[in-house]
Every structure is written in C-alpha cells, then in structure tokens.
Design a protein around this ligand. Sequence first.
Ligand SMILES: [Ca+2]
Ligand SMILES: [Ca+2]
Ligand SMILES: [Ca+2]
Ligand SMILES: [Ca+2]
Length: 311
Amino acid sequence: MLCKNWQKVFFIFCVLTFVSFSQAAPCYDGFDLKPHLYFKDLDNDGLYNYEDPDIDGDGVLNFLDIDACNKDVVGEDKDQDGILDHLDFEVFGKRKNHITSQMISIQKEFWNNGIYIIEKEKEWKEEELQWIVDEVLQRLQHFNIRNFILVKEEGRKGQFGRFRPQERAIFITAHPRLSEQNCFQATLVHEFFHLYSKEYPKTYEDFYKYVGWLLIEKDGKTLYQYGDDQFSTEDFAKKKKYIDEKIQSNDFPSSYSKLGPKEMFSEVAAASFMLFKNVPTDQGKICKTYDLNSFQSSSAFEWFSHNLSGI
Ligand SMILES: [Ca+2]
Ligand SMILES: [Ca+2]
Ligand SMILES: [Ca+2]
Ligand SMILES: [Ca+2]
C-alpha cells in the first residue's frame, strides 16, 4: 500500500516537474524573441514584449533573466555577490576555462554599477575587457547611463557591433578587425551612443540639427534631408555609395556616418573619443574607416567637445 502511494506521489511529482519545466521554457531562440510572443504584453505594463526590456516585469532584464517570460524565475545567486550565477564568471571559486581572475574582478566591478558584462554566444578575451575598463567605461560612466548589457556575439559578415534597444544590449562581434584596440573601442563607443541618443533625445536632436539634418514627415514616412538632398531609410540601405559621394563635409568622419543622423551621431562620438584619447591623426584612416585628420577641424567635433566633452 505504502509502495503504491509512493508511486502515486512520484507520478504527481513528475507531472508537476514537467509542468513547471514547460512554463520555464525560454521564450527566446538564441538572441531573438520567439515571433508569436512579439505582440503580447506579458506583464501588462503597456509595452509589447518585443519592445519591453523586462518582459515578465520581475525587475531583471531579459538577457540576464534565466527565464524572461516567467516572473517567478530569475536564476539563483548562491554566492550572493549580486551576479546571477548562470552569468557569473565565478561561483564559489568555480570558473570557466578562459575566465581569468582579472576578468572576474572586472565583471564584479561593473555589475554593481548596472553595467552587465555577460557571455552568451562568444567568449570575451581578457584584453578586450581590459580595453573596455581602461579607457571606455570610465569615460562612459560620466554620462550616467545605467542598466545596460555588454555581450559578445559571432556577428554577421562585416558587422562590428549592434545595439538592441529592446534588450538594452550592446553587442560586440568577433570580427577580426576588432583585435585592434582602436577599432574595438570605437565600436563600443559607437554602440553606446545609440543607447545615449535614446536616453537623451533632446541632446541628440540638438546635434543633428546643428550639423544640418532635417527630418521631414511625408506620406507617413520620415525623410532625412541634408543640404538639398532627401533620403529615405531604404536609400540608406541601398544607395550607400551614391550617398557617400553626394555628401561631402568633414563633419562626417567616415562613410558610414553619412547613413543618417543616428549613425552620424554615433560615428562622431567614436571619432571624437579617439581624438580625446590622442590617437594619431596623420597615419591614414583609423580602422580603415575614420578620417581623423579632416574630422579634427570640423564643427561636428567642436559641438561634441563643447557638449559631450566627458568622453
Ligand atoms: Ca510588457
Ligand atoms: Ca525579467
Ligand atoms: Ca523571469
Ligand atoms: Ca553569483
């Protein structure tokens, strides 16, 4: 009889475990939210899941949350260092092979200031974290932006980085050119200033108006005017070469910066950062991209020096 009861208890236990496991099933495929969840609002905060950095409303950002769609599950922090253990570089002395003691202390130092350095798809290298700490994060901290994630990924062909506002996540790719310190740091600054422009839209607007962009609404679409020329978002994607030749001003430190005010703001930030840290300007294009020599006398750099000199 007892044995029979135990079988019953075991059966119920199995069912409950299965149910709770099913509920805990991640709502992401890799870095992407499963499409059928886009237009739902799990935590009823008025933001659709696809635009909500904390889908289940448990206070933990989606990429940090071990289950981003279950408010009762965030992951454990057994060693109580403030870093959820599934993302912690070290838990009770245990660490992954490539993690060094320097990397552990870097992760800790920034985590508690709301800058979350995590690994998902690719591993960070110690030197990369050192480049971030030595020259970038200290400067970026002046801008008082908290709660964002730094994550490394494989990246699509040719891509250096990207920013996903809905996750508050800056991605840095494993592109070989980022083994150069300047390219790596410029990429991080570029992506950070996409986040900055979201947090401080007025400053961003002041910038693009100052350098000469106009945003025009036409037939429900935004058109971007520079000089006498108007460009659409599609033009930026399809007519890069044409636009590169059309726009001629030393306010644009790179070809990429001509692809609209958002990219310009981020590229000007990256180029200004390199000038502030005294990268030589007479050695050709930095990262095969930035013409610092002509940019250093531009009014865009002057604006940045005056308004965002903290970088
Ligand atoms: Ca929501
Ligand atoms: Ca969450
Ligand atoms: Ca959760
Ligand atoms: Ca921990």
